[in-house]
Design a protein around this ligand. Structure first.
Ligand code: ADQ
Length: 746
């Protein structure tokens, strides 16, 4: 209704405007027509009396007056006069109006037609009404004798003119209204018809050619409904909201997380035991979620003091001092760790899934360990659950087989598996000798989640290529027998606000302390990179871009330093050792070339830093460069944004990260194009503070809104919904209801 009223107001305003313009145009046009008609009448009248006029012009004033009187017999011509060339009145009829003497008319004629025109006319308004005065030259044998003046009465003409104009204007308005009403009516019918067809298509089976459109509309409607639902339920996602959502959906049941990496590692040095946080995107994302919803985190106990700090069930309460959830540690032998973790997961699956030009290595004995370790962890998960239909969150490529193993022991479990790295295209997946086993293992899940829709599509294509199953592309689901696995994008993020951010040094202090620590001048411009030392992170390309910056922008030589925090990672794998050496060599070469003396161009800190230290570096820097060659999300990009409460600093971000889809206000680069990446670094260093603020503010809004509580909340709510349906279908199978038994879970 509101739309209709708005439309009518716009319509009426447009009509008023159109009618006014139409009125002005019509007035001018009809006036021009009448003037033309009057001129024609004058010519005709004078032409028919021309002979008689010329004959009596000088000789017989009496006959001249009679001729003029004959002319005025025409209804419209009310008076006439004959004037000599020097302006004397020769003859005139009755009712000739004052104010148009021979001299006056000749003078006007001369003024209006200076080139010596033979006729002249004008319209004049008298108290008695409107008149048309025209003058025509009279000649005899080519010689001018004088002029004849005719006066025409326009009173009836102006009446006719007004009537015609009114008629046209009213007609025009009526026509416009009719046309608009008809348009409105036709649009209404077409819209009703279109929505009717769309509704029919959405409710039933759409025609083949509409299927892609209907699929998009359905998925959009789904997302909008879910988003609105979320909004209505409580604004921005936070630990409190996640907790209340979970208590609403899970009635206080605990969630079991299975991840290889533990969130807290106990390390003994001498007599003391220290707790550290591993450098891992997975831990960064999941730890705040666990703090918010409690439960159990099952992980490999990798610290050298881990065994001494657990109870007799291999559990320890974490975080230290807060103790809001349990960490259940699983022990691996050196052989198991070498085969499952270093071998199959990190020399096989990691390079398989990242397009970073490292050859995957698949060894049968590594795979055997991978199967055994997956079974070991799956068994521990089944020990830790507190019901026969628990919610289990399986994390990452270390546990592709575990979902199916858990499902075999707990057929009614709701298992959500999140794959933290990219899923490559089907052709590349085909390289893996155990591709069917991996995919089948993952299909034991109720939901398989990836960071992006592209990764979901690649997974579904791989299922299509290698498995016996039915794919429901409309709902992005894979159906095997009576089981359905949903495939969904859940872009991961970080906690917001970061719970310990108030403990990090403020920007001004961080700038001074970091520069002092690195022995750099106070006014040096600083860039920062923060990564595990991994070939997928593009650290070599990053350093090359710094080299290009200094080569093509000499003003930064000695004025800019790039500091790279590089946490050693997977150091037992030869390729990682090589990358570590290569990175060091490149840094040395660039320093030798561009900063042989003075502040170094690159500082490489190959060590682990605690999160608060990492944030201090983010705050001290002018820019942060994330140059991954292929990445799932990349949380470093989001952390840099979270750290910059001062709304300053520029993020230079690889287009091959998942984060590039969310943080579009970053300077997006192709990390392989080191020349342009160098220019982007220069652009970041010269960006005005206002622009930095605008970009940073917009990115901070995105990270705040799409935080990790939202990521976890959406997954857990989807899982709880799925479980509700499974429970319902279970009750129906058990004969509690007399309805037909649905075989699918959704
Ligand atoms: P990662 O490959 O570990 O994660 P990322 O998402 O960037 O990559 O997270 C790295 C984390 O480690 C960050 O929290 C960072 O602060 C920390 N870190 C890095 N270097 C460090 C250092 N030198 N010292 C201390 N801490 C350091 C994987 C996938 C990603 C995906 C995440 C989460 O590869 O694509 O975003 O999981 O799903």
């Amino acid at each position: 209704m509101r739309h209709m009223i708005r439309f009518l107001v716009v319509l009426l305003v447009s009509l008023a405007l159109l009618t006014t313009i139409g009125y002005v145009v019509l007035t001018r046009t009809t006036q021009a027509w009448y003037e033309h008609e009057l001129d024609l009448r004058t010519r005709l009248a004078v032409a028919s009396a021309r002979q008689s006029l010329a004959a009596h012009w000088t000789s017989n004033r009496m006959r001249l007056r009679e001729t003029l009187a004959d002319i005025t017999h025409d209804d419209r011509i009310m008076a006439a006069a004959a004037c000599s060339l020097d302006g004397n009145l020769l003859a005139v009829t009755d009712s000739y109006p004052p104010g148009f003497s021979c001299r006056e008319v000749l003078a006007r004629m001369q003024f209006d037609t200076p080139d010596g025109g033979t006729s002249w006319s004008m319209i004049s308004d008298l108290s008695s009404g409107r008149i048309h005065v025209s003058a025509m030259r009279i000649e005899r044998e080519g010689k001018p004798l004088g002029v004849v003046i005719l006066v025409q009465d326009l009173s009836d003409l102006s009446q006719r003119d007004t009537a015609t104009r009114n008629f046209i204007v009213v007609g025009f308005a009526v026509l416009s209204i009719c046309a608009s009403v008809m348009t409105l009516f036709a649009a209404h019918i077409a819209w009703k018809r279109w929505t009717f067809e769309l509704r029919q298509a959405l409710e039933g089976e759409p025609r083949r050619e509409f299927q892609p459109l209907v699929r998009d509309v359905r998925s959009l409607a789904d997302t909008l409904a879910r988003e609105r639902d979320n909004e209505e339920r409580g604004g921005r996602w936070s630990p409190t909201r996640l907790r209340s959502t979970l208590s609403q959906y899970l009635q206080g049941e605990r969630v079991v997380i299975l991840a290889n990496r533990e969130p807290y590692v106990h390390q003994r040095t001498g007599d003391s035991v220290r707790v550290s946080h591993p450098a891992s995107g997975l831990v960064t994302a999941l730890e705040p979620v666990m703090r918010a919803c409690s439960g159990v985190w099952v992980a490999h106990g990798s610290g050298n003091a881990d065994r001494e700090t657990v109870d007799k069930h291999d559990r320890v309460k974490v975080p230290p001092g807060e103790e809001s959830y349990s960490l259940r540690r699983v022990w691996l032998t050196d052989e198991e760790e070498a085969g499952y973790y270093y071998g199959f997961a990190n020399e096989g699956l990691w390079p398989l899934c990242h397009v970073a030009h490292a050859r995957p290595i698949f060894r049968a004995e590594d795979y055997a360990h991978y199967v055994r370790v997956n079974r070991k962890f799956a068994d521990v998960v089944c020990e830790e659950v507190d019901s026969d239909d628990p919610i289990v969150l399986v994390q990452d490529y270390h546990f592709a087989l575990a979902p199916k193993m858990i499902r075999q022991r707990l057929p009614r479990a709701t298992i959500i598996t999140f794959w933290h790295i990219p899923w490559p295209n089907a052709e590349r997946v085909g390289i893996c000798p155990w591709r069917e086993e991996l995919i089948s293992g993952l299909l034991g899940s109720s939901v398989v989640g990836f960071h992006t829709q592209q990764h979901c599509n690649n997974f579904i294509d791989s299922v299509d290529a290698f498995m016996e199953s039915r794919i429901d592309r409309e709902s992005n689901a894979v159906i095997q027998g009576s089981r359905k696995t949903l495939v969904r994008p859940y872009p991961i993020s970080i906690e917001w606000p970061v719970s310990w951010i108030h403990k990090v040094q403020p920007v001004d202090e961080a700038r001074i302390s970091v520069r002092r620590e690195l022995e750099l001048p106070e006014n040096i411009l600083l860039g920062v990179g923060v990564d595990r030392l991994d070939y997928t992170k593009g650290i070599e390309e990053r350093f090359a871009a710094v080299g290009e910056l200094l080569a093509h922008h000499p003003e930064y030589r000695g004025r800019f330093t790039f500091v790279q925090l590089a946490a050693p990672s997977r150091t037992k794998i030869p390729l990682y050792q090589e990358v570590s050496e290569r990175v060091e060599t490149i840094a040395k070469e660039i320093n030798a070339k561009w900063s042989p003396t003075g502040p170094p161009a690159i500082i490489l800190l190959r060590q682990h830093h605690e999160p608060m230290d990492v944030f201090r570096y983010y705050r001290a820097a002018e820019l942060c460069y994330v140059s991954s060659l292929h990445d799932g999300m990349n949380l470093v990009a989001k952390e840099f944004v979270a750290a910059r409460e001062d709304e300053q600093g520029v993020l230079v971000l690889s287009q091959f990260t998942g984060a590039a889809r969310d943080l579009t206000e970053a300077l997006i680069v192709n990390p392989y194009d080191v020349r342009r990446a160098g220019d982007a670094l220069a652009a970041a260093l010269t960006m005005p503070t206002d622009e930095q603020r605008e970009r940073m503010r917009s990115m901070r809004r995105i990270v705040a809104e799409f935080n990790v509580y939202r990521w976890a909340g959406r997954m857990l709510v989807d899982a709880a919904e799925l479980r509700r349906k499974e429970r319902l279908s279970g009750r129906m199978t058990a004969g509690e209801y007399s309805m037909p038994i649905p075989v699918e879970v959704e």
